[in-house]
Design a protein around this ligand. Structure first.
Ligand SMILES: [Zn+2]
Length: 141
């Protein structure tokens, strides 16, 4: 699944990228641009009912959330089967710019586009806990 996320859901967009999903997000995208991206096969995730209705009327995939809470938004996407455990590729994408990361020999990852570096650190435990709470990771893993 590939996503285009509306400008109100930046935190969700970053987490979809952390989970490995190709996710377009920009505060500059207008509704017409978002609909165009959906026509190319992306699922829209939005808090804007009018945008969702425009998408549905065109037969496009759109998910409307009413939540303002990251964990709840993720849980809704899991329940709607838009985010599936088997499709996760943790650490495959830059959470800032959506590029695919390169793995280095010292077990760090670097973004070839924006230069951001990643490693398995303290934040990783928080991401794992969040994934467990929304049903994307089993307790014993
Ligand atoms: Zn990047």
């Amino acid at each position: 699944m590939e996503f285009v996320v509306d400008s109100m859901l930046g935190k969700l967009a970053r987490h979809l990228r952390i989970f490995g999903f190709d996710t377009i997000y920009s505060a500059d995208l207008d509704d017409d641009q978002i609909l165009r991206l959906a026509r190319e096969g992306r699922a829209i995730v939005t808090r804007d009912r009018r945008l969702a209705e425009r998408a549905w009327a065109r037969g496009l995939k759109a998910f409307l959330t009413r939540s303002t809470d990251l964990e709840q938004e993720l849980r809704e996407l899991v329940n709607a089967r838009l985010v599936k455990k088997g499709e996760l590729k943790i650490g495959a994408r830059c959470s800032l710019c959506n590029s695919e990361l390169l793995e280095r020999r010292d077990r760090t990852w670097v973004c070839p586009k924006c230069g951001q570096r990643y490693w398995i650190g303290g934040h990783w435990a928080n991401i794992s806990k969040l994934m467990m709470r929304v049903g994307l990771l089993d307790e014993h893993q």
